[in-house]
Write a protein that binds this ligand. Structure first.
Ligand SMILES: NC(=O)C1=CN([C@@H]2O[C@H](COP(=O)(O)OP(=O)(O)OC[C@H]3O[C@@H](n4cnc5c(N)ncnc54)[C@H](OP(=O)(O)O)[C@@H]3O)[C@@H](O)[C@H]2O)C=CC1
Ligand SMILES: O=C(O)CCC(=O)C(=O)O
Length: 411
């Protein structure tokens, strides 16, 4: 099932749980606006190369639309649509005053030079600058993008609209980025995992973790879980997968990946088949890379007791059903990885206030939001006698539906 069909299915199940009117259901499902732009840039060798960029603005009932921009070869309109919709429910679950959006460019950033990436980002911004803005749609980093990408967007946007730091979040600190945003998604994953384990009479310390993806989210989650005494027994990235039953030395791995651009070849662990990373024996599995990786092909073989979805849409609905029967507890993406957008909200607030918070305040506030989010999701599970995914979806969809009805449709 593709990402959009899967997301629509989860939305419709939640809508039925809530008893939403079918017309309201339809209006919540259809995106507010879908943008597709051609981005042609001269490559460093003088030849021209064209790329397609997307921005899907799904819903703005609760506030400006918000969501990352992804640079990846597999970016396609259906996936961006699904990810934009997930952002709408995610910002509502986190209870921050935003709607949802997502963007992407179909490209392989590892094959582009820094100056080619800068040209591509600037051309994309030129094409969408009228449709984003501090109170309209606020992009942020996602896979293949980061603070430097946000700095280029900020600069290009400001040429048209005047200096506007709050038009993007996840910026470098020197340009108004928030302390703690870089680590925020991984830190949110830590807080979410702690909440889930505590509820099950366990703690991070003593649990065995497997993490797929060692980029922004995966590496921060690994570092913070390691600092709390969790044992990380296997990790992977695009270069390969490694395993050490006794626990991987994460500080050494972080140093190694900076120097070697990947986990492959790390001396303190054995190399394993990348395809088997999700099937490794562990207590908690944390997918932190691509979507759709847990599906009907592999769900039966998963050994973890808990899955914490740091990636967006890592679990296919077929796999959800199989894992539920096996008794595996899944903490869904729209709650588990909401730490990133929550600190993006803090960054936006700081930019608008013109006042910078210290990192302790950012991290404490993030913990408050993640703790409250877990309680709100659990309350919905109790009310609707459903699993955590439906608890999170029904929480998010209900908040957006209420805002939509309150705003009304009068022309
Ligand atoms: N950044 C954020 O704030 C947020 C991100 N997310 C989600 O988290 C996930 C990861 O994003 P982020 O960490 O920002 O992205 P990054 O680009 O920083 O990292 C992605 C990681 O995934 C690895 N990867 C790519 N393809 C594969 C593969 N086939 N198998 C194993 N690993 C792979 C990459 O390897 P390599 O580096 O070697 O290419 C890299 O380690 C995405 O689903 C994203 O949507 C969710 C909420 C917020
Ligand atoms: O920080 C943000 O605004 C969005 C992050 C994001 O893209 C996500 O949560 O998937």
């Amino acid at each position: 099932m593709n990402a959009l069909a899967a997301t629509n299915r989860n939305f419709k199940l939640a809508s039925r749980l809530l008893g939403l009117d079918s017309k309201l259901e339809k209006s919540l499902l259809i995106p507010f606006r879908e943008i597709k732009v051609e981005c042609t840039i001269p490559k460093d060798d003088g030849t021209l190369q064209s790329y397609i960029g997307f921005r899907v603005q799904h819903d703005n009932a609760r506030g400006p639309m918000k969501g990352g921009i992804r640079y990846h070869p597999e970016v396609d309109p259906d996936e961006v649509n699904a990810l934009a919709q997930l952002m709408t429910w995610k910002t509502a679950v986190a209870n921050i005053p935003y709607g949802g959006a997502k963007g992407g460019i179909g490209c392989n950033p590892s094959e582009l030079s820094i100056s080619e990436l800068e040209r591509l980002t600037r051309v994309f911004t030129q094409k969408i600058h009228d449709l984003i803005g501090t109170h309209m749609d606020v992009p942020a980093p996602d896979m293949g993008t980061g603070p430097q990408t946000m700095a280029w967007i900020l600069d290009e946007y400001s040429k048209f609209h005047g200096y506007s730091p709050a038009v993007v979040t996840g910026k470098p600190i020197d340009l108004g980025g928030s302390l703690g945003r870089d680590a925020a998604t991984g830190r949110g994953v830590l807080f979410a995992t702690e909440a889930l384990l505590n509820e099950n009479g366990k703690s991070i310390s003593g649990q065995r973790f497997v993490i797929q993806g060692f980029g922004n989210v995966g590496s921060w989650a690994a570092q913070l879980i390691d600092e709390k005494g969790g044992k990380i027994v296997a990790v992977s990235d695009i270069t390969g997968a490694i395993k050490n039953k006794k626990g991987i030395d994460i500080p050494s791995l972080l140093k190694y990946t900076k120097e070697n651009k990947g986990v492959k070849g790390f001396h303190g662990a054995d190399s394993i088949d990348s395809n088997s990373i999700l099937l490794e024996d562990c207590d908690v599995l944390i997918p932190a890379a691509l979507g759709g990786v847990i599906n009907r092909e592999n769900a039966n073989e998963i050994k973890a007791k808990f899955i914490v979805e740091a990636a967006n849409h890592p679990t296919d609905p077929d796999a959800d059903e199989i894992l539920k029967k096996k008794g595996v507890v899944i903490l869904p993406d729209i709650y588990a990885n909401s730490g990133g957008v929550t600190v993006s909200y803090f960054e936006w607030v700081q930019n608008i206030q013109g006042f910078m918070w210290d990192e302790e305040k950012v991290n404490n506030e993030l913990k408050n939001y993640m703790t409250k989010g877990f309680k709100d999701v659990k309350d919905m599970c109790k009310t609707h006698e459903c699993d955590l995914r439906m608890g999170a979806f029904s929480l998010g969809v209900n908040r957006v539906a209420r805002a939509t009805v309150l705003r009304g449709w009068e022309a």
